[in-house]
Design a binder for this molecule. Structure first.
Ligand code: PLP
Length: 412
């Protein structure tokens, strides 16, 4: 058999293996060092009690013949889709209906799987932010929407839109036509958010150029500023040009439980090779029901409980917990005179490396002097060189200890 040659264009998974290599080398040479990892974007705190209770009840139901459930609807149970539509969208004035929501097992899969319904090869021009969540880029390479990478790590055929401190993390709208635009707000890795005006410019561009926005709002729950939109559908006209991705992973600690959803409004259209306009909802529905068999009933009941009064209080508490960590990180770094961004409406703090160090040189310094692991910004794209990400996802004790070591031991 022949393999998909596009996979050969992927650069070796460089970032996380390299971090792991450097960390284990340091740990071997310094067996007594208590290394604190503020590098990964995984949650640490237990699930909200309301979700646990709901899942336990669902387990009991599954153990009785009268209440047992087998296969459910592929696009998710109505009880969950209706709660999401009401609480996440209609409550914010967004014209989104339960039957436009697809429950899935993760935004990582969703953002990759959506490419199944786009024309293969280089039929579409794809634009991504730089730095960027690597899944968007790698899945496009796998799908053949991009060619080999150049020396800076940029893949041929993709349009990279720099979002850096220089442009206040608000990238320039492309001059020419692109077909698909990935936006992620609040942003991983920079922690930046998009204002209503920023998003309105993107929606206007997409409407004018018949482009599709893929809006990843995995971190929307962390927005604290009431003027910042949580959903692209808060912008007039977005219903016609945007697909949104949401996840319970960070909002409710579901990284290991797995539940997410995407919204494909019935009004978003694409064009067939012969120029016919067709609803993306209909072909995504076909794809989803053919290749996916629902998230388990027990997990969907757990996700539903996020919208109970107790669940809402408990998820708010979780979010505040991580945001308080991010604040501790910001303050510690600022006290050293380091320029920090993010960490205010997002759990990630993005910093400019001191003394113009490369991202990996600062990684080594932080590891050697404070025994703390972070993520080099260059791993998220060429425009992230000289920057660094520190995550607020950890226990309070670890964050305090890490920042104590940073402020006391880092020689800058
Ligand atoms: N989107 C972004 C921007 C992320 O940072 C992550 C996880 O870190 C995901 C999606 C993946 O979310 P999920 O756990 O739902 O697959």
């Amino acid at each position: 058999m022949r393999i998909n040659d596009n996979y050969l264009n992927l650069q070796a998974g460089y970032l996380f293996p390299e971090i792991a290599r450097r960390t284990s080398e340091f740990a071997e040479a310094n067996p007594d060092a208590n290394i604190i990892r503020l590098g990964i974007g995984d949650v640490t705190e237990p699930l909200p009690a309301a979700c646990i209770d709901a899942m336990q009840q669902a387990v009991t139901e599954m153990g009785k013949r009268e209440t047992f459930r087998g296969y459910g609807p592929e696009q998710g149970y109505d009880f969950l889709r209706e709660k999401i539509a009401e609480h996440e969208f209609q409550a914010r004035g967004c014209d989104i209906h339960a039957n436009e929501i697809f429950i899935s097992d993760g935004s990582k899969c969703d953002t990759g799987n959506i490419l199944d319904i786009f024309a293969p090869g280089r039929a579409n021009t794809i634009a991504v932010l730089d730095p960027v969540y690597p899944v968007y880029v790698d899945t496009n390479v796998m799908a053949g929407n991009a060619g080999p990478a150049d020396g800076s790590g940029h893949y041929e055929g993709l349009v990279y839109m720099a979002a850096t401190a220089e442009n206040n993390f608000s990238p320039q709208i492309p001059d020419g036509k692109v077909d698909v635009i990935y936006l992620c707000y609040p942003n991983n890795p920079t922690g930046a958010v998009a204002t209503r005006e920023d998003l309105s410019r993107w929606v206007a561009y997409a409407r004018e150029h018949d482009a599709l926005i893929l809006f990843d709002a995995a971190y929307e729950a962390f927005i604290c500023d009431p003027s910042i939109p949580h959903s692209i559908y808060e912008i007039d006209g977005a219903r016609d040009v945007a697909i949104e991705f949401r996840s319970f992973s960070k909002k409710a600690g579901f990284t290991g439980t797995r539940c997410a959803y995407n919204i494909v409004p019935r009004s978003v259209m694409g064009t067939t090779s012969n120029g016919t306009r067709i609803s993306l909802h209909d072909i995504w529905y076909r794809r989803h029901t053919t290749k996916f068999n629902e998230v388990g009933y027990i997990v969907q009941r757990g996700a539903e409980a996020v919208y109970s009064p107790d669940g809402q209080d408990q998820t708010d508490e979780l979010v505040h917990f991580y945001m308080a960590n991010a604040k501790i990180v910001r303050q510690a770094l600022q006290s050293l005179g380091i320029m920090v961004y993010g960490g205010v409406n997002a759990p990630y703090v993005w910093l400019k490396t001191p003394n113009n160090l490369t991202s990996f040189d600062f990684f080594d310094q932080l590891l050697n002097e404070a025994h703390v692991v972070g993520t080099p910004g260059s791993g998220f794209g060429a425009a992230g060189e000289g920057d660094f990400r520190i995550s607020g996802f950890n226990s309070r004790k670890n964050v305090h200890e890490a920042m104590r070591r940073v402020t006391e031991n880092l020689k800058i």
